[in-house]
Design a protein around this ligand. Sequence first.
Ligand SMILES: Nc1ncnc2c1ncn2[C@@H]1O[C@H](COP(=O)(O)OP(=O)(O)OP(=O)(O)O)[C@@H](O)[C@H]1O
Ligand SMILES: [Mg+2]
Length: 249
Amino acid sequence: MRVVAVWTIKGGVGKTAAAVNLAALAAAEGWRTLLWDLDPQGAASFYFRVKPKVKGGGRKLLRRSAELRRWIRGTDFDNLDLLPADFSYRRFDLDLDGRRGPAKRLALKLAPLADEYDAVILDCPPSVSLASESVLRAADALLVPVIPTTLSLRSLDQVRSFAAKVGKRDLLVLPFLSMVDRRKTMHREALEWCHADESFLRATIPAASVVEKMGLHRAPLLTYAPVSEAAQAFAGLWEELAVRIALSA
Ligand SMILES: Nc1ncnc2c1ncn2[C@@H]1O[C@H](COP(=O)(O)OP(=O)(O)OP(=O)(O)O)[C@@H](O)[C@H]1O
Ligand SMILES: [Mg+2]
């Protein structure tokens, strides 16, 4: 089982879009996949038409004796399950803080699922917190969407140093460019700059209205626009990610 966290400090940069589309692509390729929607906003749960509800809330789910299986739901897609969001996740930090070894807790909760899933994708909220620390301890790879702006690149530096400090040893930090508009000079420059940086994945996700329409379709791109440029870009991203996580296994 490989755990991939989609996380960065910045909000609204395409974390959920990536998590949802990559989960669908992994599942379509036959990977037994679990998507865990860790964001109280519940966007990933919404896209997969699953009610954002965890009975007993994050507090109960984080108990050592509680099995995650209880809260896992199926989706309309073969090989793809979802652990829904819950509004109580807004207090995830407090709930973790009350536990022993809070930073290790998510890894501990996921461990019993190791034989059931090939990939676990964590869609994370944009905060730096005890919860993100726990995410980075559980993850084998950290996928970081970066939009082509100075501030977003600055957040990548912060993400890198936080990941180096709290993440598990050998954590793969994999940034990629998100929401790229090639008509903009600044975006084209960022593209060149990032592609000179070998740590960036080669795939870049274009800014495209077809991605925004995920909210209307409540489905990943694979379902309603499989040959769109954006869908192809996510497919390329998945291909690279699959190779990287398989190699590091
Ligand atoms: N490649 C894209 N092109 C155009 N719009 C996009 C793209 N990716 C995401 N969006 C839109 O931008 C908004 C934010 O995207 P998304 O929810 O994926 O970001 P996020 O990083 O998960 O946000 P949050 O920090 O709130 O969790 C959404 O309205 C989404 O439809
Ligand atoms: Mg999100």
